[in-house]
Design a protein around this ligand. Structure first.
Ligand SMILES: NC(=O)c1ccc[n+]([C@@H]2O[C@H](COP(=O)([O-])OP(=O)(O)OC[C@H]3O[C@@H](n4cnc5c(N)ncnc54)[C@H](OP(=O)(O)O)[C@@H]3O)[C@@H](O)[C@H]2O)c1
Length: 276
């Protein structure tokens, strides 16, 4: 597996997502994912499965240093003092002294901006997180974050898949040396219905999901974090390093972008997204 270099971090290009996995499924699937070759695991406080992820990692047949572990701070814990305490709580559940990456899960207009980034940086400076970044930040928030953060931000974790282009953020992140971490890389399963992805897959002996994931990681500075509750699917999703999409196929997939392609936009949380 290759890694994506971003502002001093080296992040495995394919990670395993754990959103909506109940603790017992998170334990079973993270255990399987590591055995299948995943070295990058994505969780969050709000997923309520950090303890299960931590248990799977504690019993894994690989050393902690070989894994890249991400968690995210929820919006109710972004104030100074609370943020530091909540990271300590996450680390306790994850049974580790540090996460590789700590993200602010959503933009939070209710917390003083500079103070929030000062806390995020303090946590990194204390060694509790090796790297820091943001999630769901549109371009205006990202520009402010880069100014406010005294240390580098390595990624913006955003929804990105064949049905949702990120024409504003992707070049901006590349310019800033930051990675795009593509969440919902399978559009929560919708990619499996696409005739275009099916046809491209058939030419390579791959399924539509493998084409979508390959399309993402074949782009400069893009990381993908698919989730599955089934061992066979998680194994299939990492089996994407033995084929290559042609330039023509890359464009055919990009052409699937749809103005209504966004899957995640929770009311009360979602910021004003960048124009499509
Ligand atoms: N930062 C954020 O706000 C945010 C938001 C959303 C997600 N995320 C992160 O991104 C990760 C991925 O996003 P996601 O979980 O929403 O969606 P996703 O990975 O795009 O799709 C997951 C869905 O695809 C299905 N699937 C996976 N592999 C498959 C295969 N090989 N064949 C058929 N179906 C397959 C899964 O079903 P089965 O379980 O049946 O395989 C599940 O229903 C999350 O788990 C989380 O870590 C972050």
């Amino acid at each position: 597996m290759w890694t994506v270099e971003c502002n001093g971090a080296q992040i495995p290009a394919l990670g395993f997502g754990t959103f909506q996995l109940e603790p017992e499924d998170a334990l079973r699937m993270v255990d399987h994912a590591i055995q299948a070759g995943y070295r990058h695991i994505d969780t969050a406080q709000i997923y309520d499965n950090e303890a299960a992820v931590g248990e799977a990692i504690a019993h894994a047949p690989v050393r902690r240093e070989e894994l890249f572990l991400t968690t995210k701070v929820w919006i109710n814990a972004m104030r100074p003092g609370k943020l530091e305490a909540s990271v300590e709580e996450s680390l306790g559940k994850l049974q580790t002294d540090y996460v590789d990456l700590l993200l602010l899960h959503w933009p939070n207009p209710k917390v003083e901006f500079q103070a929030m980034f000062d806390s995020l940086n303090a946590v990194r400076e204390q060694g509790l997180a090796r790297h820091t970044g943001v999630s769901n930040y549109p371009s205006d928030w990202l520009a402010r974050a880069r100014e406010a953060s005294r240390g580098p931000l390595v990624t913006n974790q955003i929804e990105y898949h064949p049905f949702l282009a990120q024409k504003t953020l992707q070049p901006m992140l590349r310019e800033a040396g930051m990675a795009v971490t593509a969440y919902c890389p399978l559009a929560q399963g919708r990619v499996f219905e696409s005739d275009t992805l099916k046809a491209i897959g058939e030419a390579h002996g791959k399924n539509p999901g493998q084409v979508a994931l390959r399309w993402l990681i074949q782009q400069d500075g893009v990381i993908a974090i698919p989730r599955s509750s089934r061992e066979a699917n998680a194994s299939a999703n990492i089996d994407i390093f033995d084929f290559e999409l042609s330039e023509k196929e890359m464009s055919q997939v990009a052409d699937l972008a749809d103005p209504n392609g966004r899957v995640i936009s929770p009311e009360g949380l979602a910021p004003e997204w960048d124009p499509k």
